[in-house]
Design a protein around this ligand. Structure first.
Ligand SMILES: *Cc1c(COP(=O)(O)O)cnc(C)c1O
Length: 458
């Protein structure tokens, strides 16, 4: 399509929900047919409408539909799509230079991003940061650094965890289908401990943190041998696993268990970090002090950028040439990340995330009183989910219901995502730039979708 009259996104876009066709509409269906002839089937789409513009709290498609955005491109456009500071800084950088390779001839914006992350990360002492291209690459590098610094091979991860789609990171990921099926053999030296998942803990939820901590200690001491373990890797709130907030105190117990055994603690903040939960890093809610932190998704407002931030003596354990990559820390992505930090500060977005969380939790709490299929409401800040279960079952997961409700929301102009090891979680990740009016309208659409789908199911 020639460029002349293409729409402009960002906060100037009309902030309305508008459904003018069936979903997907005729133009999107045409493009979808074209996609099938060009892109492998393994690349799926949650809501297959082709986007023309996005900003504030909406996404506009090729048929002129305007969706309320409760997905933020999977927690990426946290400060808003085409947020002004991000778009302006990235555009200005595109005109200066697009690439030199930081390993060939460096540039200052890379340092500015590292300085910011070092300053903000809740890691004790002197810190260093390396920039990479994606979340998976951040996790890969955190593991390389942890192994080099400790001289140990083992990595311990948790049930329901998600860490990426590369060979190592899919090996670290818990769920088989669709992430691992057919892709083995997997990377060795990966061990999995139970997650302190209060809603599904067998036995009393009050004992969840303590019992899960004992299981971790037992795995380390008896099965693997603590001396063989470089790091324990955990999400502060599990994202793909279904926004599982670990039982209170569990992250603190994990940190203690690691410290007493000389094992490093890597916190994967790729989905929950960068203002999403009302703190810059989600692990701050539990007051823990990790050795290494990975970030990506929300870090550069949609441009590909990931990072590992960690204690200086660990990060410096790898000799020159051992870390890096051709595109890593692209100057355009670095400028975008600096724009993200500007937006968070200028817009008081940590507070905004907390407000959005309060609004969602209050609404969904009320909804769960009326709908027994809502088994659990959980999350922090603008990262909230509901777990759906069979009406009369004993917490039996209801993945089909989750899929039907999501589909109905999409047809009614609300973009929601599903998640969870059992596929029965609806997750809500609105951009922090969404208005109160759109947020409330989105929740109303969701409530109606749940009411209709549970009535039909009866
Ligand atoms: C998305 C995600 C990753 C992988 O990030 P990619 O950029 O998709 O490689 C890793 N860890 C967590 C917690 C994530 O949510």
């Amino acid at each position: 399509m020639p460029g002349a009259s293409r729409p402009v996104g960002g906060p100037g876009l009309a902030q309305v929900r508008r459904v003018v066709s069936e979903i997907p509409g005729p133009r999107s269906r045409e493009l979808l047919a074209r996609q099938r002839g060009l892109v492998p089937a393994g690349v799926g789409a949650v809501l297959p409408v082709f986007v023309e513009a996005a900003g504030g709290g909406v996404i506009v498609d090729a048929d002129g539909n305007s969706f309320i955005d409760f997905g933020s491109g999977i927690a990426v456009t946290t400060v808003g799509n085409s947020a002004p500071a991000v778009a302006e800084r990235a555009a200005a950088q595109l005109r200066r230079f697009t690439h030199t390779c930081f390993l060939v001839s460096p540039y200052e914006s890379y340092l500015d991003v590292c300085e910011k992350l070092n300053e903000l990360a809740p890691i004790p002492g002197e810190k260093r940061t390396i920039l990479v291209n994606s979340g998976a690459e951040a996790v890969e590098n955190a593991v390389k650094i942890a192994r080099a610094a400790t001289g140990r091979p083992g990595i311990v991860v948790f049930d329901h965890g998600f860490h990426g789609r590369t060979l190592l990171t899919m090996s670290l990921t818990a769920k088989n289908k669709p992430y691992k099926q057919g892709f083995g053999p997997f990377a060795p030296e990966v061990h999995r401990a139970p997650m302190a998942y209060p809603y599904r803990w067998p036995g009393s939820p009050e004992r969840c943190a303590e019992e899960a901590a004992s299981a971790l200690a037992d795995l380390l001491d008896r099965q693997v041998g603590a001396d063989n373990v470089a790091a324990v890797l955990i999400e502060p709130i599990q994202g793909e696993g279904g926004f599982i907030v670990p039982a209170p105190g569990f992250l603190g117990r994990v940190a203690e268990i690691c410290r007493s055994r000389g094992i490093l603690l890597i916190v994967d903040e790729i989905q929950a970090g960068i203002a999403r939960t009302g703190r810059m890093f989600a692990c701050e809610h539990e007051g823990i002090r990790p050795d290494l932190i990975t970030t990506a998704k929300g870090l550069a407002g949609g441009l590909p950028l990931g990072a590992v931030t960690g204690r200086a003596e660990l990060m410096d354990a790898v000799p020159a040439g051992g870390l890096g990559g051709t595109f890593s820390g692209s100057p355009v992505a670095c400028e975008a990340a600096l724009g993200v930090f500007d937006e968070i500060e200028a817009g008081d977005l940590l507070e905004r995330a907390r407000e959005i969380g309060d609004t969602m939790l209050e609404f969904l709490g009320g909804l769960s009183d009326r709908h027994p299929v809502i088994g659990d409401v959980r999350g922090r800040g603008a990262m909230i989910a509901v777990e759906l279960v069979e009406q009369d079952g004993d917490r039996v997961p209801a993945p089909d219901l989750a899929a039907r409700i999501a589909k109905r929301c999409h047809a009614d102009g609300l973009l929601v995502l599903t998640a969870g090891s059992y596929g029965n979680v609806l997750r809500f990740l609105p951009p922090l730039s969404i208005s109160d009016a759109l947020l409330e309208e989105g929740l109303t659409v969701l409530g109606e979708a749940i009411a209709k789908e549970t009535a039909c199911a009866g």
